[in-house]
Design a protein around this ligand. Sequence first.
Ligand SMILES: [Mg+2]
Length: 247
Amino acid sequence: MPLNVPGILVPLHLLIAPRLVIPSIIIKGQPLDFRELRKAGYRGAVFDKDNCLTIPHRDQLVPELKDAWKECRDTFGEGNVLVVSNSAGTRLDPGEIQAESVTHHLSVPVLRHKSFKPAYSCIKAVRRYFTSLPKPIEDHELIVVGDRIFTDVVLANRMARGKANGQERDGPLSVWTDGVWERESMVLRGLERKIMELAKSWVHRKAPLGDATTRSEYQRFVRDLPPPEVKEKPGLFSRFLGSIRGV
Ligand SMILES: [Mg+2]
């Protein structure tokens, strides 16, 4: 695996912008409510591939996401959902064979880009894609979903920094999927999580109310999982009652 230099340089950027690693939403297996996101004005989505939509190095969608993925594509519409991977569609994908295969299996385009996420040139390529659509999509109308903080979350949050046409930028909604389909880079993931938690506690100390308000505002975009079916073992008393009732 070649070095992801833009990812390695993230800690330096954090010294001046610790919020970069803080996602807007953290999901742990719960599905996103794409219709609610659409109602709120989000019109497009950027998805990571490995350990987000697929098992790493595979091109097929994980079966558990079948319904949610269809709902996502139906809700945002054709061309408005884009896979941005650090494998398929990059220089690690000679002949763009994997990108073609991912498009075939996931039914969405895969961005071709030269630099790894979260490089600014990759951000430019994402913007170029969405602004060239028949109905162009702006940064603040996007959600960015991924399982790595230093690549996916930082990419989304970097899009919110700086100015565009003299105005402060409004960035996408960053969604961090906390969990993996297959264990991979677990030490790095643990480190990224620690750094994110540190940044969160630092930001929370500085503006406790603002942070809490923002979190609850975004929570409506996450569906509650149905409660797990718990089959309780009957206690001694219930078993005794059952036996005298003849159950
Ligand atoms: Mg990933």
